[in-house]
Ligand binder design. Structure first.
Ligand code: MN
Ligand code: MN
Length: 408
């Protein structure tokens, strides 16, 4: 049964229950209430239930019959994450505490209002970022005392190596929102090295000696509880923030990912950013994937490490194959994080009516994937036929080139 037929039958079988289960809210939408059943299996859910969430998770409520076994959860939404609100913006995070399987990558979603500053800080993990909205000014120095200042906008990246101190500030007219990715699942954005915190926990005479000034001139330092993300004036043009006489870092900490020429197929695009084009990003590699409605990121896997995903636009479902007969399907929309454990086969299908846009992120210096279709095209045909019983039509459809996005 194809997907359209399957969904039509689900709608038909659910329709009989609409009269008894329809709430006022659902009567308004006139959409049938989805039920955890397919022909010959399952049954209705008389409740209690959360119909809004059930609608968002059609492949959990009615999994494809090919799903099997006990795979751990591979999705967490930023909409389910605690929001820390501060005077200059807000932040929320998905770490190993939220998405237990993601041991090596954590993510943060942050908003800085115009002028809002993420205070000067550093941390053990390296920080990779993708700008989702607006513009920001970022600053850093490296261990050799070389400095970095840049303005970044939508589709730009930055990467601050482990231990490098940095700041981020929202610019005019409306600040910014971005995704941060850390190369440590246990990372905690509430537990970074804050400058204000260090000052608070250092004796005044030590601070005075360090800066070579009288202790009285350091008597009015800010309280860390007032900073972290705080309000400030929007800075002037970037030239006004350039430091006279400073030597720039030898490898830039920023990169224009969206401006990269994508590799294109009929139904989508892929932009890959790893050390081959962004040399400083030694621990994070990424792909920005766009899939048109009906299209699909083809069946593949990654031979180097886990995949951590962030969904930017549109709707998708991902099927993950874990070997030993295990497979599970998850649904995604904007603001969701997905995860594929190392080497597991998967596809990502656009299930919506608009362009699907998401990031594939890897704790690696390089991007790599293995295409199922390409593998079979580059294997002796007689072997493939004897193994999979493919007929001539399937054999002719194999292609030696990689097409990461296939049409609907
Ligand atoms: Mn940081
Ligand atoms: Mn993948």
């Amino acid at each position: 049964m194809d997907e359209v037929t399957r969904r039509a039958m689900l709608a038909a079988t659910a329709a009989g229950s609409v009269l008894t289960l329809a709430s006022a809210a659902n009567a308004q939408t006139a959409e049938p209430i989805p039920q955890p059943q397919r022909p010959g299996h399952g049954g209705t859910d008389p409740g209690p239930r959360n119909v809004v969430r059930d609608r968002q998770n059609p492949d959990l409520l009615v999994p494809p019959s090919t799903d099997h076994g006990t795979l751990p959860n591979l999705r967490f939404s930023f909409a389910d994450a605690h929001v820390r609100q501060e005077t200059g913006g807000w932040t929320r995070q998905i770490t190993v505490r939220e998405l237990g399987i993601s041991k090596e990558i954590a993510g943060v979603n942050m908003r800085l209002n115009a002028g809002g500053i993420r205070e000067l800080h550093w941390h053990k993990a390296a920080e990779w970022a993708y700008m989702l909205y607006g513009t920001a000014r970022i600053t850093a120095i490296d261990a050799q005392g070389r400095n970095f200042v840049d303005d970044v906008g939508v589709g730009d990246l930055w990467y601050f190596p482990s231990g490098v101190p940095h700041s981020i500030q929202g610019l005019s007219p409306d600040g910014c929102e971005f995704l941060l990715v850390f190369d440590d699942g246990d990372f905690d954005e509430d537990n970074t090295f804050l400058l204000s915190d260090w000052f608070k926990h250092t004796p005044n005479d030590v601070l005075a000696k360090n800066f070579g000034v009288p202790g009285t001139s350091l008597a009015h330092l800010p309280d860390p509880s007032e900073l972290y993300i705080f309000n400030a004036k929007v800075p002037g043009p970037i030239d006004s923030d350039k430091i006279a006489g400073a030597t720039p870092v030898p490898q830039t900490f920023s990169h224009k990912m969206l401006a990269q020429q994508p590799s294109k197929t009929k139904s989508g695009t892929v932009r890959i950013t790893d050390t081959s084009v962004f040399p400083v990003s030694k621990t994070i590699a990424a792909a920005l994937v766009e899939v048109e409605p009906g299209g699909m990121r083809e069946m593949h896997w990654h031979p180097n490490t886990d995949e951590w995903q962030y969904y930017i636009d549109g709707q998708a479902r991902m099927g993950v194959f874990a070997a030993s007969g295990q497979a599970r399907t998850f649904d995604f929309q904007a603001g969701d994080v997905g995860f594929v454990p190392f080497a597991m086969g998967h596809y990502v299908e656009n299930t919506g009516t608009t362009t699907l846009r998401f990031l594939e992120i890897f704790k690696s210096s390089y991007y790599a994937d293995v295409s199922l279709n390409q593998w079979l095209a580059l294997t002796p045909p007689e072997l493939v036929k004897a193994h999979l019983k493919f007929d001539d039509q399937v054999m002719a459809a194999l292609h030696k080139e990689k097409f990461p996005i296939v049409p609907g």
